[in-house]
Design a protein around this ligand. Sequence first.
Ligand code: MLT
Length: 302
Amino acid sequence: MFQINCLNPIAQVGLKNFTDQYEITSEVKNADGILVRSASMHEMELPESLLAVARAGAGVNNIPLDKCAEHGVVVFNTPGANANGVKELVIAGMLLAARDVVSGIEWVKASREDPDIAKAAEKAKKNFAGTEIKGKKLGVIGLGAIGVKVANAAVALDMEVYGYDPYLSVNAAWSLSRAVHHVTNVEDIYAQCDYITIHVPLMDSTKGMINAEAVGKMKDGVILLNFARDLLADEEDVLEGLHSGKIARYVSDFPNATTAGQKGCIVIPHLGASTEESEDNCAVMAVEEMMDYLENGNIRNS
Ligand code: MLT
């Protein structure tokens, strides 16, 4: 019988569930496996007995990979399990940016005491006129599980979609709609697209890839979306791009002091995968991976 502990409430699967990352250090000395969603394990002392960590999510930047490798601890993630949840919010983010829904909602909130709010709305609505995404060019940087879904959904919404991924997998290539144009240079996306969405992992080579130089190559009035990782974008450079009008809107799932509340920014508190379905899918995949490893020695998604 293995002891698995759950760092953060990812699923009701009958496991001991910890919500405080430090509690696990003091209470769990004998865990064979740890399931973790968003809590950081970087400060945590790994139990001597630990054999595996399963991340209920795609990114593994909350897991000390080097420390795990040193201790021979296998690390799993759950690629694709929350991709639909993230895709839906990316599409919502594009629509929110295109239609200025956020300003409209703020106006309604501020006008809620006005007994003639309906009449006032008819006058005010010209301030919130938007555009349609149909026919606009969308650049998808990174065609993994999420990028592919976003690209296909955007094709279904009549966008002209350009995809860039130097490591495109055969599976991704097969599941992409034929309508997606593949480019071999990310600069083609910068130069041509009205909307750009990033779906790459955070690595040394991708950190800060959306910087002043990249922004400078984008079309004027571009709408930029980041639902992948905060550090992919240099937020100061993005803010500068917003101030100069180069970037019309920045939609980010990662609040930080630089962009939160700024004009042109729609910032969401990392909700991409926060759906019941995505959380269940990730939890189930993480538990299955963990059990398959502990019981049978099989390694999937490591
Ligand atoms: C992921 O890495 O899978 C997403 O960012 C979602 C999450 O961490 O909750």
